[in-house]
Design a binder for this molecule. Structure first.
Ligand code: FES
Ligand code: FES
Length: 234
């Protein structure tokens, strides 16, 4: 079968990848480079879950043939780890409860960062319009719009010699942790938020820390359920 050799830069690193002509960019970054933070939903350009930055602009990775990316610069969600705007957005998403399952979040964040940089004066209505190409089945969008507005407003109120992202994005509160506890149908006193809070990046990229947290939680709930069952059926 004919294969194409593609040379590109991914998250600042040069890469040479051999792909089939039909391979799209999302399969290239996920399957060949193991950058699984880029998600696939519809695979026909509707949901936006696969959005990456391609030569500086957001692009649908599922609609972009890998073979056309020879010489291109690609940035996936993993490539924004040290980006200050993305850091502010991640924090704002957590603050505003702008994600639940997190499946749409990598694409949402890439689009949101583009909005923040390209449209510094955008209002909520414009943000909503700009995000209309990214679908979320969980949140109802209000938290996402609020999160983007939070970052935009923080940047607008920043003084010229301030830190580029001042404290206008407040530290994480307990709401995200609370929702996790409620999801786990906890009925007793809440554990400290610090034991529940998960950096959304972990949820997005499937970090081992999240898997460990989920395993611990499952064991905990199984233990409680077994104890209750044993008490009711002596
Ligand atoms: S997976 Fe690319 S737009 Fe849905
Ligand atoms: S958080 Fe689940 S699809 Fe958006």
């Amino acid at each position: 079968m004919t294969r194409l050799t593609v040379h590109l830069t991914v998250n600042g690193e040069p890469a040479e990848v051999s792909v089939e002509p039909r391979t799209h960019l999302a399969d290239l970054v996920r399957g060949e480079l193991m950058l699984t933070g880029t998600h696939l939903g519809c695979e026909h350009g509707v949901c936006g879950a696969c959005t990456v930055e391609l030569d500086g602009a957001p692009a649908r990775a599922c609609l972009t043939h890998a073979g056309t990316c020879d010489g291109a610069a690609v940035r996936t969600i993993e490539g924004f780890a040290d980006d200050e705007v993305m850091a502010a957005l991640r924090e704002a998403f957590s603050q505003e409860h702008a994600l639940q399952c997190g499946y749409c979040t990598p694409g949402m964040l890439v689009t949101a960062r583009d909005i923040v940089l390209r449209l510094p004066d955008a209002d909520a209505e414009r943000v909503r319009e700009e995000l209309s190409g990214n679908l979320c089945r969980c949140t109802g969008y209000r938290g996402i719009v609020r999160a983007v507005m939070r970052v935009l407003e923080a940047r607008r109120t920043a003084q010229p010699d301030d830190d580029p992202m001042p404290d206008a994005v407040a530290p994480r509160d307990d709401r995200y942790a609370l929702s996790l506890a409620m999801t786990g149908w906890a009925t007793g006193p809440l554990p400290p938020a610090s034991t529940l809070a998960i950096d959304p990046t972990d949820r997005i990229a499937g970090e081992p820390r999240l898997m460990a947290w989920m395993a611990t939680t499952l064991v905990l709930f199984a233990t409680v359920a077994a104890t209750i069952f044993a008490a009711l059926h002596p």
